[in-house]
Design a protein around this ligand. Sequence first.
Ligand code: ZN
Length: 307
Amino acid sequence: MTRKVIITCAVTGAIHTPSMSPHLPITAEQIADAAIGAAEAGAAIVHLHARDPVDGRPDQSPEAFAPFLRVIKQRSDCVVNITTGGAPTMTIEQRVKPAASFAPEVASLNMGSMNFGLFGMLNRFKDFQHDWEQPYLANKDILFRNTFGDIEYILRTCSENNTRFEFECYDTSHLYNLKYFLDQGLVRAPLFIQTVFGLQGGIGAHPEDVLHMKRTADRLFGDQYRWSVLGAGRNQLPIAAMAAAMGGNVRVGMEDSLWAGPGRLARSNAEQVRAARQIIEGLGLSVATPDEAREMLSLKGGDRVNF
Ligand SMILES: [Zn+2]
């Protein structure tokens, strides 16, 4: 039997802004359509943020999530993963609210504090439709706060709902932080570890960086984890290919990259999922269905959520 690879699609996020691409999902209807399209193309998991429908700014209120969560559940059996990262400008209490309210099968969890530099994108994008975009991107003082206390707060809040986690690790130290929580008994195997490459403030996107994160995770967690990768921007597919060949799972989507090729904007999230799928199948592997992903990650099931 061929190995199954989980594709996660992060459809909108909080990093890119509306003026960067007309295809970035903003409204609840666009986010629902993007998630369902990604699932139909082969994503087993959709990772979701919400935005203000008028100006596209990140919105972490449960009311912003409710409309698209309902539609996605009606029209797809994909695993729903709700962000607890939100945007670096939000408090930890705001960030956990949607996951705490809707009790999804999976929530993301950022495993360490870090600098967060979006200003590099100002070299490519100059004209903005909304007044919040330029200052949001230009800020060189963003500290993405994820202290041990913050992480423990999210773990305790969401674990009561049997929500499991996509542990987002942007650097080697984040793996050690996760190891601490494993040793404390606050998280349990199988851990779903999303190693993140190429974001300004985190580890780079060189193949050596990918190998280093994998080697470290192998040493710390052995067979107690499932590995997934996310490469930012143009690194998306090269890193997906590398990880798929080495036994990993992959994340794509417009949260992480707006592109479908050099200088070519992706027209949909599904387009990126199809590109990842082509790589996976080209390697002689196959794409995991939502139920296969549930089995691989020990999830509670799509009928045990509060939406
Ligand atoms: Zn996210």
